[in-house]
Design a protein around this ligand. Structure first.
Ligand code: GDP
Ligand code: MG
Length: 725
């Protein structure tokens, strides 16, 4: 019953771990004005107290103390249902500042429930004794609510809580909370799927925060399951999705989703603590913390990261070269077999020059790509990836982005498409578009075949270094361009974030193999579709039209040489010298025909049409054509070169053919690689950018700036390189 109609009533729930000082603070705030009863129907004590403050009537409700908000104990269910069902105006979380990690575990679950929070770091005296220096601003930004320090048993700081309560209550709009614990790509995907089903259910979505409910369902939370059974209009649909998602995740991780979710929460907390707390001298950490002291060290962190990435490319190139030569050998056998079985003609040309030259030329890079993905998944599974993002956070701030964007960048080393999709974890639209725009500069694995081919041919033993240089260039450009765009197109600050820092782990063979296998399947599927079609098309364009007159003339010339040869070898006066001369003549003739055919073919005409654009860069029309077809997918650059240079030299190995016949020098070859690095990666990336930005404007901007940048940089390299060399 309201005592005075003019007084505004504010209901405040007080939650926290047992022994965090809740009752002490509650008593300090409410004095003797408390009512003791039981929570509806159960014998857990319920204490309420009323305070009049500045014209407000504030009702405090002391929630049962809990360590978590799962459904394992009655206390936990009471506490969370009170927040979800009664929707108190403000929730205060009393945190024992002396054991932050355990207490924050409750806090990160509370914020998932939604609402207005105040975080009271009680036992500030204990924290001080431990030598902790806590940055309240940072914790406040990370948790999305104000932070106060108190020493409850001495009443220090407690009255300030009242003022904060009123202030938060009067804030008309709830602060947007950019922070949520991110459970990692795989779990997030499943959470999304469940949430979609929850959102379809109007009734359910009106009662419970959809994301929270979805996470709980994925955790197989008994109370959440019951809620769905009771409140959903179509519980079957949701339950089916949940069990599908759980099975999928158990298959991947070999662990129950609830365990992974718990780990991620602790990872979030550990990242938060890393950012906002300075440890006193006396404190010794566990193994993870000690390793982190080195890997995320202010000075060592970045050099170590660079070293690991360098190592990754050395292994990719050097170890990969062995299986690569086996595959090359196999392909050569196949094409020799075909040339023996089939008579020379259109069909054998299609098979040998078109399909084997094009697809085979790319398949040989499968080992490199698998190794690259192996390394990336080791980074991810050991927990190093999160540290890399943490270390890069400071650098990323230069461009007004944060470490989370860097994760999408490292994923870009694998493939830009999922990397661009991963920007969904960034909630700020500006941050997101900026991260999307610079992502294609991260050199994806499809570009690797081109690097391995050209760098292998022109830089020999130093190829690994050249490739590393390209990847580094991509990252540096992304940072420079990002800063430029931030200053011009996307002004503003980046939002606070917490990098989840999961404990280090030895990755399981199973998960590493599953990741690698997934990539292999995608790669092989791409071979069978895009690259096969592309190769056949390019073969067709390069083989037709046929100049009939020249064809006839060529055949008669071949005939004459063959006759002469037979005459020489049939006669008694066998001259091997003469025979050799004739067979060389034949080879030369074939090569000439091949070149002439391609030159006058459709593709030759197209190539000469675009030649002026690439001429200043020192590329021949064949490289130009390869770059154009490379819009479809970067591997197609290799296929195209394979088809265009097929039969141009005796040597089967494409790299050395290109080295002999293309007219590229080490400088222009490097410029070519830089061009490949920077210009638009592929159609799939373009489609993804369109889908994720929902804007043709940004999509065409992305294509345009990349082509322009690629040209200008390649040009500079050719010019400067020309002076130096
Ligand atoms: P609850 O279980 O959360 O209700 O915790 P209590 O309020 O019962 O407090 C547990 C113990 O911690 C009591 O002995 C309090 O006197 C003590 N305590 C409360 N606040 C502080 C504080 O800020 N510093 C210290 N050193 N002790 C405190
Ligand atoms: Mg108590």
């Amino acid at each position: 019953m309201p005592k005075k109609a003019s007084k505004k009533k504010i209901v405040v729930g007080i939650g926290g771990n047992p022994n965090s000082g809740k009752t002490t603070i509650f008593n300090e705030l409410t004095g003797s004005r408390q009512k003791v009863g039981n929570w509806g129907g159960v014998t857990v004590e319920k204490i309420e107290g009323n305070v009049n403050y500045n014209g407000y009537s504030i009702v405090f409700v002391d929630l049962p103390g809990t360590y978590s908000l799962s459904a394992y104990s009655l206390e936990e269910i009471i506490a969370r249902n009170y927040i979800v069902d009664n929707k108190p105006d403000v929730v205060i979380d009393i945190i024992d500042a002396g054991s932050l990690e355990r207490n924050l575990y409750l806090a990160v679950q509370m914020i998932e429930l939604g609402g207005k929070f105040i975080f009271v770091l009680n036992m500030a005296d204990m924290a001080e004794k431990q030598g902790l220096v806590i940055d309240p601003e940072k914790i406040s930004a990370f948790l999305g609510g104000p932070v106060l320090f108190t020493v409850g048993n001495r009443g220090i700081g407690v009255q300030a809580i009242l003022e904060k309560v009123v202030e938060i209550y009067e804030e008309k709009e709830a602060k947007t909370r950019p922070i949520k614990v991110s459970y990692g790509a795989e779990l997030e995907e499943e959470i999304q799927k469940i949430q979609k089903k929850v959102n379809l259910d109007k009734q359910l979505r009106g009662i419970y925060p959809p994301r929270w409910l979805s996470v709980k369902l994925l955790e197989n939370d008994s109370d959440a399951n019951e809620k769905v059974k009771e409140a959903a209009s179509n519980p079957k649909q949701i339950e089916e999705q949940v069990s599908k998602s759980r099975q999928h995740l158990e298959g991947i991780f070999n662990e129950e989703p609830e365990a992974i979710i718990t780990n991620q929460r602790y990872g979030f907390i550990s990242g938060l603590l890393q950012e906002s707390i300075t440890l006193g001298e006396s404190k010794k950490g566990d193994l993870s913390q000690n390793v982190d002291k080195i890997l995320t060290n202010k000075f060592l962190g970045i050099p170590l990261l660079v070293f690991f990435i360098w190592l990754m490319f050395q292994i990719t190139f050097n170890v990969g070269s062995y299986p690569m030569s086996w595959i090359e050998q196999g392909i050569e056998w196949i094409s020799r077999g075909i040339s023996i079985i089939l008579p020379a003609g259109v069909l054998s040309s299609l098979l040998i020059d078109g399909i084997i030259g094009g697809v085979g030329g790319v398949v040989v890079f499968l080992p490199n790509i698998l190794l690259l993905f192996l390394m990336i998944s080791i980074f991810e599974d050991t927990g190093y990836m999160a540290r890399a993002a943490f270390v890069m956070d400071r650098v990323m701030h230069l461009i007004g982005l944060h470490g989370k964007s860097f994760i999408s960048m490292i994923m870009g080393f694998g493939c830009n498409v999922p990397a661009i999709m991963a920007t969904r974890t960034l909630e700020n639209e500006k941050d997101r578009i900026l991260t999307i725009l610079i992502n294609p500069l991260m050199s994806c694995s499809a570009r690797l075949p081109v690097y391995v081919l050209i760098a292998g041919a022109f830089f020999g033993r130093k190829a690994g270094n050249a490739i590393f240089l390209l990847y580094t260039l991509g990252v540096v450009l992304a940072i420079i361009i990002g800063r430029l765009f931030r200053k011009t197109l996307f002004r503003g600050e980046s939002e606070p974030f917490v990098m989840e820092l999961p404990p280090y782990r030895v990755p399981t063979l199973k998960s590493v193999i599953i990741h690698m296998w997934d990539r292999a399947v995608i790669f092989i599927r791409k071979m069978g579709t895009v690259i096969l079609l592309g190769s056949v098309l390019i073969w067709f364009l390069s083989s037709f039209p046929i100049d009939k007159e020249y064809d006839r003339e060529y055949k008669t010339r071949v005939q004459t040489i063959k006759q002469k040869y037979e005459a020489v070898s049939a006669g008694s006066s066998v001259s091997t010298e003469e025979g050799e001369r004739l067979s060389n003549q034949l080879k030369e003739l074939r090569r000439e025909k091949k070149q002439r055919d391609v030159y006058y073919s459709f593709i030759g005409r197209i190539g000469r049409g675009i030649e002026p654009f690439f001429k200043p860069l020192g590329f021949s029309w064949k490289e130009g054509v390869a770059l154009i077809t490379g819009f479809v997918a970067k591997e197609v650059v290799v296929s195209t070169l394979g088809v265009l240079y097929a039969g141009e030299a005796d040597e089967a190995e494409l790299g050395s053919v290109i080295k002999q016949r293309s007219g590229l020098t080490p400088v222009t070859a490097f410029a070519f690689l830089v061009f490949v690095l920077i210009y638009t990666p592929c159609l799939a990336t373009i489609a993804t950018i369109r889908q994720e930005t929902r804007s043709w404007k940004w999509t065409s901007f992305s294509i345009g700036y990349q082509i322009a940048l690629a040209w200008v940089l390649a040009f500079l390299i050719v010019r400067i390189g020309g002076i130096l060399v």
